[in-house]
Write a protein that binds this ligand. Structure first.
Ligand code: XMP
Length: 516
């Protein structure tokens, strides 16, 4: 799917249906080795064609004895490539090579004490005799295949790690890729650098160099257009393409007027003034406000905004002469998808962009081999400001989803002012970025209050701040009371029409992060 593996020593992660396959690939890259996820049933011939420097077999939810348990081509064990198996991957390796995996019905879930039994072993080199690891399994290896040495145990699991250095085969029952395994990353590094001999050469600089080279080759002297939103992905695409092809790139920034305070200015400042990119800034606020007038249904708001975006974008795109390419900020997690059974299927790369009749551009997706944290690192390396590189997730439909009820310019201005205070105050407190997302919401209600001697009838502002790792689940952030008090005072004093501030103390589930 990419050409990185032609130029980089690559580790292939065989996906046995684990939620962990992506995490393994990321950990390998954090050890500065390029990695990709492939289906577990990849053939020996395909492996030989791709010439990986090592293989990692992921865990998986199945039992090795289940009738449809995912298998791998057993000839691969004999190919002389260093292999490391985790959890299910270890059990399969044991079973395929003549070991025993008895049905014990004694599972082990969560933290366990890992006891290294062979200090001279290779994989656990430098791991102390006792440390913490993370387990999540029902079956486990009873006796390893001939030639393997058992190198560690836990109280419940007699074979917690095994290895056969002669055949370059290594395995752990625990999960080194999860942060709860104290020496997990060290074990992965030992495998990659010491055992497989792969140098740590995958860095942001060579991602940039290689991508730049590839883009130049792909587009030649063609012109490229890029839809720039100010979000991390499209910003990095723009900066990267600009590095590659300079003024062959034009960015179109559809400013729907639903952005946060100063956001549109910042996009223009960064890309037009700092990077000197050819930027078309389409100020479409009026157009959007009139389309959204009186619309209260959240789905309808989203639909209008989404459809209009592409309409405006293509109106501009088709005004430009000789543009053949459209750049898109697709990331690696958008491309891989754990198949519904077991294999990591490459998502059929359907084109989600609604090209109007008679309009077509070829797609260029320079980030499609990268994880989000790599994209951020590339962005920083290219000189994008922190406010963009570490920007919080922000919905495409913008503040429209944070105004409950009909949208007006006044409400947008009110919400923007309150949101700026929330971001300023929490931002100053949360210097290490431990809070995932924080913002203000303007609901469609009013209540009575009193300010000075006067009775007021104003809107409340709801402050939302959540802790999360991936936005799938979230908990409300336990902000200090003093910080909440300061935000409340400032919002009421500085934002006209607001007479009350509430803090949302709902986790997800049952709530969602956004209000709509
Ligand atoms: P919810 O509200 O479903 O949000 O808990 C989960 C995460 O997704 C973000 N979000 C969006 N991001 N376009 C986006 O790019 C959208 O339309 C959109 N809606 C929600 C939300 O901010 C949170 O991080």
């Amino acid at each position: 799917m990419t050409d990185y593996h032609d130029q980089q020593p690559t580790v292939l992660v065989l996906d046995f249906g684990a939620q962990y396959a992506q995490l393994i690939a990321r950990r390998v890259r954090e050890a500065r080795v390029y990695s990709e996820i492939v289906p577990h049933d990849i053939s020996l011939e395909e492996i030989q064609r791709r010439q990986p420097a090592a293989l990692i077999l992921s865990g998986g939810p199945a039992s090795v004895y289940a009738p449809d348990a995912p298998k791998m081509d057993a000839r691969i064990y004999e190919a002389g490539i260093p292999i490391l198996g985790f959890c299910y991957g270890m059990q399969l390796m044991a079973l395929d090579l003549g070991g025993q995996v008895p049905h014990t019905d004694i599972g082990e879930y969560g933290f366990a004490e890992l006891v290294v039994m062979e200090p001279e072993c290779r994989l656990l080199d430098g791991v102390p005799e006792s440390s913490q690891c993370w387990m999540s399994h029902r079956d486990s290896v009873g006796s390893p295949p001939d030639g393997f040495l058992v190198t560690a145990r836990t109280t419940v699991t007699p074979v917690a790690a095994m290895e056969d250095p002669e055949r370059k085969l290594y395995a752990t029952q625990f999960h080194p890729e999860v942060a709860h395994t104290a020496f997990g990353q060290q074990i992965i590094k030992t495998f990659l650098h010491d055992i497989a001999g792969i140098p740590p050469v995958w860095t942001m600089l060579n991602i940039i160099d290689e991508t730049v080279g590839r883009v130049r080759e792909q587009v030649g002297d063609g012109r490229v257009i890029c839809a720039l939103s100010g979000g991390v992905d499209s910003s990095v695409v723009a900066a990267l393409l600009h590095r590659a092809i300079g003024d062959q790139l034009t960015c179109v920034f559809v400013d729907h007027g639903l952005l946060r305070l100063d956001e549109a200015d910042q996009v223009v400042r960064t890309f037009r003034d700092q990077f000197q990119i050819d930027l078309v800034h389409v100020e479409a606020e009026e157009r959007y406000l009139s389309l959204l007038e009186g619309v209260t249904d959240p789905e309808q708001k989203r639909r209008i905004i989404g459809e209009e975006f592409w309409k405006v974008f293509f109106e501009e795109a088709t005004k430009l002469e000789g543009v053949a390419w459209l750049a898109q900020g697709t990331l690696y997690p958008d491309v891989i998808e754990s198949g519904n059974k077991t294999a990591a299927k490459i998502k059929s790369h359907h084109n989600l962009i609604p090209f109007p009749e008679g309009v077509h551009f070829d797609l260029i997706e320079p980030l499609k081999a990268l994880f989000k944290d790599e994209v951020r690192a590339v962005g920083s390396e290219l000189g994008l400001p922190d406010e963009i590189v570490h920007r919080q997730p922000f919905p495409g439909p913008g503040l429209a989803v944070r105004i409950i009820g009909a949208i007006t310019r006044e409400k947008l201005d009110t919400l923007r002012a309150a949101d700026a205070i929330v971001r300023e105050e929490i931002g100053a407190w949360d210097v290490d970025r431990s809070v995932w997302q924080y913002f203000a919401v303007l609901p469609d209600i009013r209540s009575v209050g009193v300010m000075g001697d006067e009775r007021t009838y104003g809107h409340p502002i709801i402050v939302r701040a959540v802790a999360s790792a991936d936005a799938m689940t979230a908990d409300w952030a336990r902000l200090p009371h003093d910080l909440l008090a300061r935000m409340s005072n400032r919002i009421i004093n500085e934002v006209e029409g607001i007479n009350r501030v509430a803090y949302d103390i709902t986790s997800k589930p049952p709530g969602t992060i956004e209000w709509e």
